[in-house]
Design a protein around this ligand. Structure first.
Ligand SMILES: Cc1cc2nc3c(=O)[nH]c(=O)nc-3n(C[C@H](O)[C@H](O)[C@H](O)COP(=O)(O)OP(=O)(O)OC[C@H]3O[C@@H](n4cnc5c(N)ncnc54)[C@H](O)[C@@H]3O)c2cc1C
Length: 392
């Protein structure tokens, strides 16, 4: 396997690096150098300004076709871009639930009309999407969800009832994609439909609530006889057919657990910051073999994840999608993120209380083994569907 980037990819890297450096400096200056978390209302607005900057320059969704707002980049170039993105310390993407979760599903299941409407608006940050799957009694056991969509042929649309919860940044978004029970007599995975819903409809109440770290990045969404007309989205609000929601949703899940949400650039950048932290401490305190061991271990793990990702992309490009094996990828990136941050916290000792970025990153890393399907569930999937062990 040749791991050398080609001249084209290196040129792409140089272009991305130069643009990111300049655009990030300008963005920070526009906001007086005070950038807040994208999980607060004010921070979200700052991040939206950044998203629009990315979109205007054609860097928002590099691997999408140009007609939908991308620049026709290959998967490899996307990885290069992600490396540069995190290396530059660019902010978390507040559009990520749309561009990394809904979009691949729209590419796979959407009609041309849906694609032509949803994708460019998403890329420009005109429509901001949140994921409406979890419910108060349906998390790991998603198939037990109760939110309903009732057909209203007379008015031409769907009437929604129920409650969604844990919707990331839902309070700041304009649209929700979610699963609804459209056959009232159905059970479990059957009779579900994947709907795309504007949040400004009568009968929809979005209530933001705080996370442990104090940011109000979550929302509950209450649906109370809310009517969503078919033409709220040109081409229709149903994605992939009435009653086909479960299999459409599983395509989204594979994106979420697998590559698109967690490109290796994010972890190699964290590992590099860890090395820098170690160097800085050793300059002050002198070398410490135990400290070095942990840092080297973390850095090697991140590098191993990067190499494995190259294999995943190769497989994908050659028509071997990850499928259930994306659960292994999810286990890997989420546990790697915790380990890297724990090492940093250990190195910093009591100073970690004062060092905002590491401490904030550590708190968020702890949610990695929960969201995108908990790691216990991923281990079940890996045991049964990858290793072929019997169901318990
Ligand atoms: C930061 C963050 C962002 C999120 N964003 C979103 C979002 O945008 N949209 C959305 O819809 N949801 C979102 N979620 C919700 C997330 O998907 C759920 O929290 C997750 O699926 C677990 O569901 P639950 O919280 O109901 O826990 P439960 O399902 O109640 O699980 C509780 C515990 O029991 C374990 N468990 C349950 N069943 C089994 C089993 N069969 N075998 C072994 N162990 C089991 C779980 O692993 C877990 O440890 C987010 C969560 C977090 C933390």
């Amino acid at each position: 396997m040749d791991l050398t980037w080609s001249d084209t990819e290196e040129a792409f890297r140089a272009e991305a690096r130069a643009w990111l450096e300049e655009a990030l400096a300008a963005w920070r200056e526009r906001h007086g150098g005070r950038i807040l978390s994208g999980d607060t209302a004010e921070g979200f607005a700052q991040h939206l300004d950044w998203e629009r900057t990315l979109a205007e320059a054609g860097w928002a969704v590099v691997s999408w076709p140009a007609e939908h707002g991308g620049r026709d980049a290959t998967r490899w170039q996307w990885l290069v871009f992600e490396e540069e993105y995190y290396r530059a310390g660019a902010p978390a993407r507040i559009t990520q639930n749309g561009i990394f979760l809904l979009a691949p599903t729209v590419f796979e299941f959407g009609t041309p009309e849906q694609q032509a409407h949803v994708l460019p608006r998403m890329a420009r940050g005109d429509d901001l999407w949140c994921q409406g799957w979890s419910e108060p009694d349906a998390g790991s056991d998603l198939a037990s969800l109760k939110s309903r969509a009732r057909r209203d042929d007379e008015r031409g649309g769907w009437v929604l009832d129920g409650q969604k919860t844990w919707t990331t940044r839902g309070a700041f978004c304009t649209h929700l994609f979610g699963l609804f029970r459209t056959d009232p007599d159905s059970e479990r995975h059957r009779g579900l439909t994947y709907l795309m819903v504007p949040l400004d409809l009568e009968g929809i109440t979005v209530r933001g609530f705080g996370r442990l770290d104090g940011d109000e990045g979550f929302a509950e969404v209450f649906l109370d006889d809310a009517f969503v007309p078919d033409d709220a989205i040109p081409g229709g609000v149903v994605l992939g057919g009435v009653g086909a929601g479960w299999s459409v949703a599983m395509a989204t899940t594979s994106s979420e657990r697998g590559l698109t949400l967690r490109s290796p650039g994010r972890f190699t950048a964290t590992a590099d910051r860890l090395v820098a932290l170690c160097r800085e401490q050793e300059a002050r305190l002198g070398p410490d073999p135990r400290r070095r061991d942990r840092v080297v271990q973390g850095w090697m793990e991140a590098e191993a994840y990067r190499l494995q990702t190259l294999q995943t992309v190769t497989d994908d490009a050659e028509g071997r999608p990850a499928g259930a094996a994306s659960s292994l990828v999810k286990l890997w990136w989420s546990e790697l993120d915790v380990a890297l941050h724990e090492t940093a916290m250990d190195l910093l000792g009591p100073d970690a209380e004062l060092e905002g970025a590491w401490s904030k990153g550590w708190q968020f890393s702890l949610s990695g083994p929960i969201y995108a399907g908990t790691n216990e569930i991923q281990r079940n999937i890996a045991a049964e569907r990858v290793l072929g062990l019997p169901r318990k």
